[in-house]
Ligand binder design. Structure first.
Ligand SMILES: [Zn+2]
Ligand SMILES: [Zn+2]
Length: 403
């Protein structure tokens, strides 16, 4: 069975034991589960390449359409989110979603929406991030009452809090986040607790209450470090670094502490391979060195950030200009290539009768994967999107058109 441990190292030890038993029993499905658990533990330890390797091992040992495979795709999607490989993340989430619908696995479906919400949050499409967060939240409420204490419910609450914050709805974000903190404490769920106080830090930071925000991040860092959860630790450090940056720009502190802290954070982000964060920290360091009059180091970090940005190649498949750097509405084709929403709708409009080929990979799709349910309320003039016919899972049409 799959399991959740507060401490990733405990999860690792348990998974290795499970793997040993699966070898003894020569059971491919148990082996697949062990590898999945190893992948999940390595993800939290920030060892992303190893997480991907174990995920691949898991898939070798499993049928294509089973819950374990669904969770493997979900985990792979989460790993690629950290690596800023957004097309691959989207592709993995789509595969997990397909399995969730085929198996009517609501908990898995919910987790896919949480992942998609996070993906669009990182790509600065706050509106789409909020939409997927509310899909997750709605699902969490439709589960049995008993499950309101489940970690899925807490994950949905936290994703709502995070998405609402991005939209500037700080009061509501605060309420969702407090509820998640309360439930995490009741259930002794350390990982959700650490994440919730980190998100609360973000909310205070947006309210310009920097001191309160900093204390939240410090608590989250401590909690994450105690668990050995390096991903939450890194996210909390980034929050603290943003607080220091705010204080530095307001001339409330000198450059020393931000310099030291961001240098340390850059090392953490590098060791994990979190490219988006490496880029952000590089830009911050460049600004700090500029204030110090150290033009060599300023240029070095600026170039580092630019190189990462080029490597990420976050360019719209249609117009080739970048996406994800500033607030914008995005869409994706079923091949998982991402476009500006305006470019995607233009593409569909031009190919009204025919299936439209992706400008990036030339694969045809007859729909936009991310087409939203309340599409008609959007500013684009309604285009009739035919539902994809190549999808063999007939029953899931209605729902997949929204992913
Ligand atoms: Zn574009
Ligand atoms: Zn494509």
């Amino acid at each position: 069975m799959t399991f959740e441990f507060a401490i990733p190292r405990d999860a690792l030890e348990y998974s290795h034991r499970q793997l040993y038993i699966s070898e003894e029993l020569d059971s491919p499905s148990l082996r697949a589960e062990s590898y999945l658990n190893l992948a999940k533990a390595h993800l939290r330890l920030g060892e992303l390449e190893r997480a991907l390797n174990f995920a691949r091992h898991s898939l070798y040992n499993k049928c294509e359409l089973c819950a374990t495979a669904g969770h493997v795709h979900l985990t792979v999607g989460s790993v690629y989110l950290e690596l800023a490989g957004f097309n691959k993340a989207l592709d993995s989430f789509q595969q997990a979603h397909r399995i969730a619908l085929a198996l009517r696995d609501t908990a898995l479906e919910l987790q896919v929406y949480v992942g998609l919400s996070e993906l669009f949050s990182r790509l600065q499409d706050a509106e789409k991030s909020a939409r997927y967060a509310s899909k997750a939240y709605d699902l969490s409420r439709s589960l049995q009452l008993n499950d309101l204490n489940s970690r899925h419910h807490r994950a949905a609450l936290l994703q709502m809090a995070s998405a609402l914050r991005k939209q500037g709805e700080l009061g509501d974000a605060h309420d969702y986040c407090s509820e998640a903190t309360r439930l995490a404490l009741i259930c002794g769920d350390q990982a959700s607790y650490a994440r919730s106080i980190r998100i609360m830090g973000d909310i205070y930071r947006n309210k310009s209450d920097i001191n309160k925000a900093f204390r939240q991040y410090e608590a989250a860092m401590g909690s994450a470090a105690a668990m050995g959860d390096r991903v939450i630790q890194m996210e909390s450090m980034d929050g603290a670094a943003r607080c220091l940056e705010a204080l530095r720009i307001q001339h409330k502190i000198c450059n020393c502490r931000p310099l030291e802290f961001n240098t340390r954070l850059l090392e953490v982000a590098k060791s994990i391979g979190a490219k988006l964060l490496m880029r952000a920290v590089g830009l911050r360091l460049s600004g700090i060195y500029h204030s110090l009059g150290d033009e060599n180091n300023k240029l070095h970090h600026e170039q580092l950030a630019l190189k990462i940005q080029n490597d990420l190649a976050l360019n719209c498949a249609a117009c080739r200009s970048p996406y994800g750097l500033e607030d914008d509405s995005l869409e994706a084709l079923s091949c998982s290539h991402i476009l500006h929403a305006r470019c995607a709708y233009e593409l569909v409009r031009r190919n009204k009768k025919k299936k439209c080929p992706c400008p990036e990979c030339d694969r045809t799709s007859s729909r936009l994967y991310l087409n939203c349910n309340d599409y008609n309320s959007m500013q684009y003039s309604p285009v009739q999107l035919s539902i994809c016919s190549s999808d063999s899972h007939g029953t899931s049409h209605q729902a997949t058109s929204s992913v």
